[in-house]
Ligand binder design. Structure first.
Ligand code: BGC
Length: 377
């Protein structure tokens, strides 16, 4: 009998221990809640979607950075929905957060969610993507997004080969994301002179073609072009658009081509389409985010470059700001961004172009990825 009593007792102790471990694992999964006095959450983090490796990278880097933090945090994903995003912010408000770090799914639509946080006296840090048309944003941590587009455009120019009349295919991000405008603006700045002088011929956008002699595009003009060549950050939409464009393209818009693809997810799917067209002899294609799958594509010669945005720096900047705020200090900023309503004080980080030659030095030697993550390096 004793034995039987002992076993359930032991079992329940083991179960409790298991649950405790399970819980701490779970809290690590959604953010570190350790070491924290009152059980409330100090910093809430809201990311746009788990469906893109880019944002899963951010989650991982946040978790790494938070391991030894004294402050409690929780990370929630909005899964591409502004309604879910608002719900996430409300959940975090109810948990007593003092700082909200948020990468909005949709820049203008996130205004309502952050206004609710602001009302509660919570400081709001816009993360990577700017929340627009609201005064309820206190700070912005970001990469230099115009420089991302410039690097993409310059890469196409430098790798296009000689001659004139090279077909240029343009693709862009989602118009609900302010970054999509900044990326395209940067790319256009360097590509436009080469379009105007006939080096490149725009293959897939009558709106861009109509603006080819204009160096600086207004927001409205950018909107028109984006409206035509947007991928909505969706690899499937990118693939469908690329297929439609190639089906419509005449022979002189094939051969050796260059392609402005806004990020890695869309780049891989566009590259697959161009790579399987027998009339495309060679293509140069851009990307951004240094996603593992794209690094493999670069090693394999299927994607030409990516713009590496070291998420460790962005995370450190965002958490550094949050801690300054929690400690009652004023965060350091390096400039500001006009969000259509106010000038948001911002901290900006540089970006690095990665191609086959420097994958190892930039991504492996820096400890960002493991060599064993890739084949053929
Ligand atoms: C980010 C990119 C990302 C894209 C799609 C942009 O706002 O800056 O890194 O690829 O959104 O999620």
């Amino acid at each position: 009998m004793k034995k039987f009593k002992f076993i359930p007792a032991l079992l329940s102790i083991m179960l409790l221990a298991f649950l405790a471990v399970g819980c701490s694992k779970d809290s690590a999964g959604t953010g570190d809640k350790g070491g924290k006095k009152s059980g409330k959450i100090n910093v809430g983090i809201v990311l746009p979607t788990k469906d893109e490796p880019r944002w899963v990278q951010d989650e991982t880097r946040f978790k790494d950075a938070l391991k030894d933090s004294d402050y409690s945090t929780e990370i929630l994903f909005s899964q591409g929905s502004s309604a879910k995003e608002k719900e996430n912010v409300e959940t975090l408000i109810s948990k007593g957060i003092e700082v909200l770090i948020i990468a909005p799914h949709d820049g203008p639509a996130a205004g309502a969610a952050v206004a609710a946080a602001k009302k509660e006296g919570i400081k709001v840090i816009s993360y990577d993507r700017l929340i627009t048309n609201t005064d309820a944003v206190d700070y912005y941590v970001t990469f230099d997004s115009v420089a991302v587009g410039e690097a993409q455009g310059q890469f196409l120019i430098d790798h296009a080969g000689d001659g004139k009349g090279i077909p240029l295919y343009l693709y862009a991000g989602a118009a609900s994301d302010n970054n999509a405008f900044l990326f395209f603006e940067g790319a256009w700045k360097v590509l436009q002179p080469k379009i105007a002088d006939g080096t490149f011929i725009i293959a897939n956008s009558s709106e861009a073609e109509a603006l080819k002699d204009k160096a600086d595009l207004s927001r409205d003009e950018l909107s028109k072009v984006l409206g035509q060549v947007t991928t909505n950050w969706d690899p499937n939409e990118a693939k469908n658009k690329a297929q439609t464009h190639l089906t419509a393209a005449s022979g002189d818009l094939k051969g050796d081509v260059v392609i402005l693809a806004p990020n890695d997810g869309t780049s891989r799917s566009i590259a697959d389409v161009f790579g399987s067209d027998p009339d495309v002899s060679n293509y140069v294609i851009t990307g951004q985010d240094a996603e593992k799958a794209s690094i493999q594509y670069i090693i394999d010669g299927k994607q030409s470059m990516t713009v590496f945005k070291d998420v460790r720096t962005l995370v450190a900047d965002a958490m550094g700001m949050a801690i300054d705020i929690l400690d009652g200090n004023t965060p350091e900023t390096t400039g500001s961004y006009d969000n259509g309503s106010i000038e948001v004080p911002a901290k900006q980080t540089n970006v690095i172009v990665v191609e086959q030659e420097n994958v190892k030095s930039e991504l492996i030697d820096s400890g960002y990825y493991e060599e064993s993550d890739f084949t053929g390096l």
